[in-house]
Write a protein that binds this ligand. Structure first.
Ligand SMILES: Nc1nc2c(ncn2[C@@H]2O[C@H](COP(=O)(O)OP(=O)(O)OP(=O)(O)O)[C@@H](O)[C@H]2O)c(=O)[nH]1
Ligand SMILES: [Zn+2]
Length: 337
């Protein structure tokens, strides 16, 4: 997703053919007065941006014409010009979008064949999964992990409804993956989770009914009001909010992603997943070209097993890695994740 901004600035140069001795191009100032902001809401061609990341300084902006159809999503770091006071009925302009540090893509579906980025620059992906009601689905968690690792986000697994079932079996299933797991229940303060989410942007995913709203309302005391506010600023109230970043009282943001039921994994290469398992990276380069690293029977010449044989990695790590590779390949849980 790296963009070359020097190139993009050249779209500022307007060439007028056939005007005699007039200068054939005019270089506009490169928006020296721009302020930087984080996109926290998106609704029908209007973006809500927090100037300098300040949740109290929200500005509604449109996309400057020179950006064309450049994608601008929640979490993007943007440069904004024009009236950036945030006063009612003002409209600023987004003139630049910074290179993204991480991306979360939703999967293509019937209404849109492209895997679009829904959240940019999130530090972590909070995978919310109920221990019961609805029953946990490991296939879903695995696909979320693939999306997180490949997109450059740190996964955090949040197991909810601990009053209904024990977390032991799920904890065991992920013990080899070395990412943080937190267990919550509605009648407990989510203090540990609060600590994990402090600072940076956390994107939240989970099936309907797992307790995301319950959690968000706990973490962001005025979440309901803010959701309305962000969608209402400047344009009147709309209901079609796709994703919204909500400020955490202790700093940082949570992004709920309603409607995101699965992630786009089609563009992900096996090596993108291996990259999240440092002890296998070097050896993976010795595999035959195009190796999917899944071992027999899919990749009988895969070299990763040698790391286990030499004792440099735990067998559980390779098993977990291969489970994720299978998940990416759609071997498990095909269709909806
Ligand atoms: N027993 C129990 N029920 C819970 C817990 N957390 C949430 N629930 C219940 O589970 C149901 C779904 O919770 P929500 O917070 O609405 O779930 P959600 O993930 O936001 O669901 P959607 O809005 O459909 O995406 C509600 O009836 C909650 O009261 C919990 O820790 N224990
Ligand atoms: Zn291999």
């Amino acid at each position: 997703m790296a963009r070359d901004w020097s190139k993009l600035d050249e779209s500022d140069v307007r060439v007028r053919p056939g005007k005699g001795t007039r200068p054939r191009s005019k270089r506009r100032p490169a928006h020296a007065d721009a302020v930087t902001a984080m996109v926290v809401g998106k609704d029908r061609g209007r973006w809500t941006c927090a100037v300098d990341g300040d949740p109290a300084h929200l500005v509604v902006a449109m996309r400057a014409r020179e950006l064309g159809r450049t994608s601008v999503v929640i979490g993007d770091a943007v440069d904004v010009v024009g009236d950036t006071s945030g006063a009612v009925d003002t409209l600023a302009r987004i003139v630049r979008v910074a290179e993204r540090g991480s991306v979360l893509r939703r999967t293509a579906d019937d209404t849109d064949p492209f895997e679009r980025v829904v959240v940019a620059n999130a530090e972590r992906l909070l995978i919310v999964c109920a221990l019961a009601d609805p029953p946990p689905r490991q296939g879903f968690i695995d696909r979320c992990l693939v999306a997180a690792y490949a997109g450059g986000l740190e996964p955090v697994l949040c197991l909810t409804k601990a009053d209904l079932a024990e977390p032991d079996a799920l904890l065991a299933a992920y013990a080899d993956l070395d990412f943080p797991v937190v267990v919550t229940r509605r009648d407990d303060e989510p203090a540990e989770l609060r600590g994990m989410l402090a600072g940076g942007v956390s994107a939240l995913v989970g099936h309907s009914g797992v307790g995301k709203s319950t959690l968000v309302n706990r973490l962001v005391p005025d979440a309901a009001r803010r959701t309305g506010e962000v969608s209402a600023v400047g344009k009147g109230k709309h209901t079609s909010v796709t994703a919204v970043a909500l400020p955490l009282p202790g700093g940082g943001w949570v992004v709920d992603t309603p409607g995101i039921r699965s992630f786009g994994l089609a563009h992900i290469e096996p090596d993108d997943i291996v990259a999240a398992f440092p002890e296998f990276v070097a050896v993976a380069e010795e595999c035959p070209p195009g190796c999917g690293h899944r071992g027999s029977p899919e990749d009988p010449d895969c070299y990763l097993d040698s790391v286990i044989a030499s004792g440099e990695a735990r067998p559980g790590r390779l098993a977990s890695l291969r489970r994720l590779l299978a998940s990416r390949a759609g071997a498990e849980d095909p269709g909806e994740a």
